[in-house]
Design a protein around this ligand. Structure first.
Ligand SMILES: [Zn+2]
Length: 278
């Protein structure tokens, strides 16, 4: 999935170019990505002005009068600004024209993303939309709030980081970066984290994510480009801190990258809490 820094960058660029402009055309090449919770199809957007673009969990929402187009790009979905008439990309799924000079295209190599056309705020029409997590870039995301979220967890710390109902929101790449920054092994049980480790983890979430948001914004790449080259451990070979070979660990079917030296494994958590029955 696109990560928070990517989504915020794309959202800001979409706002700059598109707010207030009306849809003048629509094309669909890959109907499988589209879902309609209203009667009709994309042509319902014709003539409607774009009032807002915002993020909701890992979706980008295009708000038109009476209708929201909510796009979950999943693994490979990307947006791209194009000139109408420019040759179609092979991965083109659908496009919306905003006047004679500008087309917004949604590209998806894997056609795994989904775009839902729903009535305004009809979020229940979207299966699997997980919301309710605390915005990790907001002032509400304090050390105290984080510690209280953590207290109720009986899972591994990396699974917790990825839970959109708890934290809004962290994906695979930044989960690795955050755990590396906090020097915590990805398979550590939440229950076995010390108070100091919990604080370190909170502070790592804030510092890693804020730095990434600033970096992606500062690069100012086109919205179809995913900026990832500044990551320290994700998909890398060696630890930038100590030089050790990085390892991968399977956590719930996903590969976590970590340094076995900087993020040593801790064992006891799970057994301890079963014994004590907490
Ligand atoms: Zn290391």
């Amino acid at each position: 999935m696109p990560e928070l820094p990517d989504l915020l960058h794309v959202r800001d660029r979409l706002r700059e170019r598109l707010l207030g402009r009306s849809v003048t055309g629509e094309r669909v090449r890959e109907p499988v990505v589209l879902r309609f919770a209203v009667r009709g199809n994309l042509s319902l957007l014709q003539g409607r002005a774009l009032g807002d673009v915002f993020r909701k969990s890992h979706f980008l929402v295009f708000r038109f009068e009476g209708l929201d187009l909510a796009v979950n790009p999943m693994l490979a979905g990307r947006f791209r600004f194009a000139t109408p008439g420019e040759m179609d990309e092979r991965s083109l799924a659908f496009a919306l024209a905003f006047g004679a000079d500008l087309e917004l295209r949604y590209l998806d190599d894997k056609a795994m993303g989904k775009a839902y056309l729903i009535g305004t705020d009809d979020w229940n029409a979207i299966p699997g939309l997980q919301t309710g997590g605390v915005d990790i870039l907001s002032t509400e995301f304090t050390r105290e709030r984080f510690a209280s979220l953590l207290r109720h967890r009986r899972d591994q710390v990396r699974v917790f980081l990825l839970d959109k109902k708890a934290l809004d929101s962290i994906g695979n790449a930044y989960a690795d970066e955050i755990l590396f920054e906090a020097r915590i092994h990805p398979k550590t049980w939440c229950r076995s984290l010390s108070h100091d480790e919990a604080l370190r983890l909170h502070d790592a979430i804030v510092s890693v994510m804020q730095a990434a948001v600033a970096e992606v914004a500062q690069r100012g790449e086109a919205i179809e480009v995913k900026v990832r080259d500044f990551l320290k451990v994700r998909l890398k070979d060696d630890c930038p801190r100590c030089g050790a070979k990085l390892r991968t660990a399977g956590v719930k079917g996903m590969d976590a990258y970590y340094c076995p030296h900087c993020q040593p494994e801790t064992r006891p958590g799970f057994v301890d809490f079963r014994k004590t029955g907490k």
